[in-house]
Design a protein around this ligand. Sequence first.
Ligand code: HEC
Ligand code: HEC
Ligand code: HEC
Ligand code: HEC
Ligand code: HEC
Length: 312
Amino acid sequence: MTPMIYMVSHAVWLLASPQAGDSPDVFARNACVLCHRDLAGRSSEIVDLEWKRSVHYASGVGCDGCHGGNASVLREQFDDEEAWKTAAHLERNPEFLSVGPREDRFVSGTRGRSVSYFCGRCHALIKEKHLGSPHGDFGDPSCLYCHGQGSHAILPASLDIIDTRPRLESGRCSPCHQQSTMTAVASIRKTLDDTSRLIDESGRQYRELEEAGYHNLELESMHHHSGEVHSQLRRVFHSFNMREIGDFAGEIRSIAERTSRTHQLVSRLREARNHQSLIGLLGAVFLVLFATILLHYKRRFCRDEHDGAVDA
Ligand code: HEC
Ligand code: HEC
Ligand code: HEC
Ligand code: HEC
Ligand code: HEC
């Protein structure tokens, strides 16, 4: 790529990227953002301090992604702010709390169990698993309790959310889990940590095998399969059902074991080959030395014979 084309494509990328600053972003004409960021108090806080730090902003999910409504109405189409707002908010959805949002309706805030319906529009499997878990049943903790810092600052998910620290150290799970049930929390954390480490290790071994020129279709498909199983596990574990989690972890373990056995075998073969070529090299050096010595003696011997002949 010439530098010119590179600069142009980079500039296009910057303009298209939602993180690239405030004005030329994908939300530049989004009615919800345009109006709400200028409202006083909590509303502008939601836009600037929470949503803009979130995974959703970074992935192009706007206010309407969760709340519904019509984000494409423009200010200039209306006489006043109130008419603009009404057009954007559409019809309120009073049924929401029990049945979840309809795509064409507007939904305001929500709490507890019904947060799952909000998020479950896009994270359907997680919603289902969460609602079937002890937490979903109880109505608490919600998706936001585990994933949010403030209702809209939803950050990338990590296992650190499963926090076994006691109440004194303000652990996230300790308000409801004391010693006896914290054992179950710790055991889920350990299973998920171990699984995640196995996946990393097995990925490393797989890449080493590839670099060594070892290609095997079965291993390759196993490697991809383990990635899929892990991403499935990251969703399914929201059931907080130890047996279900154990099944997934077991499948990943067996793939990791097979990768590791292949890795060992191939490493041993390579060692043996290196070993053999070392022996071969030593043999060759020895032969060359031997030949040199022979030649040397042969020359000396011939010269002695020759010298002897002169003497005689
Ligand atoms: C013209 C300004 C304007 C536009 C455009 C607008 N809103 Fe609002 N919104 C408001 C105001 C003002 C409030 C405060 C409560 C009210 O007056 O209904 C509000 C309240 C809300 C609430 C809280 C509702 C509640 O019951 O507490 C949500 C959620 C919301 N808006 C989301 C959206 C979404 C999503 C969009 C885009 C589809 C949008 N807004 C477009 C001005 C606007
Ligand atoms: C990922 C989903 C999601 C997105 C995106 C989202 N919201 Fe919300 N919003 C919620 C949820 C869930 C609640 C209820 C929070 C609670 O009860 O603590 C809420 C509540 C609100 C409220 C009520 C006040 C409050 O804090 O409870 C307002 C106003 C609001 N949102 C505006 C917005 C605006 C403006 C945007 C876009 C900048 C936006 N939301 C984007 C999920 C979302
Ligand atoms: C309009 C669709 C949509 C809605 C509704 C939605 N999300 Fe998301 N969410 C996404 C997209 C797109 C991503 C980024 C791609 C991905 O990681 O799946 C994402 C990412 C996430 C992540 C980070 C995942 C990771 O890999 O680290 C979390 C956590 C999350 N969402 C939680 C929520 C919660 C909680 C709600 C409800 C308050 C919600 N989402 C509502 C679309 C949505
Ligand atoms: C008790 C805490 C807890 C609750 C409740 C919870 N999550 Fe999670 N969630 C986690 C943890 C921990 C991870 C990270 C798992 C990992 O890294 O393996 C995660 C991962 C995710 C991911 C990333 C999944 C992927 O495909 O990579 C999304 C999206 C998500 N959660 C959304 C939600 C939604 C939506 C809800 C509510 C329906 C919810 N979570 C409820 C703890 C929770
Ligand atoms: C608002 C209260 C509350 C919070 C906060 C909470 N839980 Fe729970 N959790 C419960 C309830 C209630 C149950 C079901 C009854 C029980 O086992 O104590 C439960 C059950 C569980 C179980 C199943 C226990 C078993 O014996 O099978 C696990 C695992 C779990 N929670 C993990 C977590 C994690 C991880 C966190 C922190 C991210 C967390 N919980 C935060 C209320 C909570």
